[in-house]
Design a protein around this ligand. Structure first.
Ligand SMILES: Cc1cc2nc3c(=O)[nH]c(=O)nc-3n(C[C@H](O)[C@H](O)[C@H](O)COP(=O)(O)OP(=O)(O)OC[C@H]3O[C@@H](n4cnc5c(N)ncnc54)[C@H](O)[C@@H]3O)c2cc1C
Length: 324
């Protein structure tokens, strides 16, 4: 690390947007992440060699700049329009077809999109940053080294933990968006043994599940894999031992989709900070006078993948303007 470098902590999608914007302007950009690979909540995990998306389910696109990025992913074979129609499952009611915007899926797993953004920029993986203090000379410091600017591209509670509540009092106070947890169940069956969804289902008024994705349809290989997301309430009760929620999640999934078999494999992933409980209408990033920036999905009126990218892009542009 060096005093002329911009350090980007967080290699999810909101971290790569400023990293790429800054590259031509800054003397150096150093992306760090405590995880083993880029992606953050755009996460895919392999089951018997096949990736399943266990975090973000799909992308939606409304902004022209983001559409251009998605078009590059599409041209590279990384993203494809998945569907504009899901099912709504409500107890006591017939399944209902719900049309909405086009949702984009990925043949190779949603993480591949972030890996494509990261291409050519070395991320330091497995690097957990503990604190971002301000030095006596006013410079910011990451792991004992001065930095020209620091970007925290992550959920508010994670960013707040890195800041001194006195030295960065106003930034610390501004990081007030809470996040709710989700458990993601990946269930691999011997065959496609459930009633047609046809692509995915929003689940209403169920104590265990809120969303079910047909991962085979999403990926386009028709593999018999479902990924189901828990309600925040169920996740909150099992944060200490997410695997213990497995049987309850498998039972709820089987009941809701009418599965005629038990899954061969069932894996539960814990997202302690899955989604912001609210977005921000009027600010897309935070940037202090000493060039500490914060971006991420909570800095968006619609806290989704697209909002996270736009937040990072806006912060990157402003940093380029300030760094000059
Ligand atoms: C279960 C689930 C379902 C979702 N479904 C959808 C969906 O269908 N569509 C949609 O658009 N969005 C969805 N989302 C939201 C979407 O995933 C996020 O909006 C987006 O990925 C946020 O990106 P980010 O870069 O802001 O944060 P993250 O992806 O969380 O990235 C933050 C990064 O910071 C790193 N980090 C944190 N603290 C430190 C530290 N101290 N040191 C080093 N590194 C650190 C983390 O390891 C992480 O990689 C979903 C999310 C979840 C969890």
């Amino acid at each position: 690390m060096g005093a002329r470098e911009v350090v980007v902590v967080g290699a999810g999608i909101s971290g790569w947007a400023p990293a790429r914007t800054l590259l031509p302007a800054a003397a150096g950009v150093r992306p760090l992440d405590r995880g083993g690979r880029p992606g953050g909540r755009m996460a895919s995990r392999r089951f018997d060699g096949r990736p399943a998306d266990i975090g973000a389910s799909y992308l939606t696109v409304s902004d022209d700049d983001f559409a251009a990025v998605v078009e590059q992913w599409r041209a590279a074979g990384l993203a494809r329009p998945w569907t504009d129609t899901f099912t709504a499952l409500t107890p006591g009611a017939e399944p209902e077809s719900k049309q909405g915007p086009v949702r984009w899926g990925t043949p190779g797993g949603i993480r591949t999109l972030v890996e494509a953004l990261a291409d050519g920029l070395d991320v330091v993986p497995g690097h957990e940053v503990g604190r971002v203090p301000r030095r006596r000379d006013g410079a910011l410091e990451v792991d004992g080294e001065p930095a020209r600017a620091v970007v925290l591209a992550m959920p508010d509670p994670q960013a707040a933990r890195l800041l001194d509540p006195v030295a960065h009092a106003s930034a610390h106070t501004a990081l007030d968006v809470e996040f709710e947890p989700v458990l993601a169940l990946t269930a691999t069956y011997a065959g496609r043994c459930w009633r047609d969804l046809p692509h995915g289902a929003f689940v209403n008024d169920d104590p265990a599940l809120s969303w079910i994705a047909d991962d085979g349809r999403r990926r386009g290989d028709e593999a018999p894999v479902l990924v189901a997301h828990s309600t925040p309430g169920l996740a909150a009760r099992h944060l200490d031992d997410p695997a213990a929620a497995g049987p309850e999640l498998v039972e709820a999934l089987g009941r809701l989709v009418g599965a005629t078999q038990h899954p061969e494999q069932a894996h539960v992933h814990r997202w302690s900070l899955a989604r912001p409980t609210r977005g921000r209408e009027h600010a897309t990033y935070l940037l202090t006078d000493d060039l500490l920036g914060v971006c991420g999905d909570a800095w968006s009126a619609r806290p989704r993948v697209e909002g996270a990218w736009l937040s990072g892009r806006d912060l990157g542009r402003e940093l380029v303007r300030r760094i000059g």
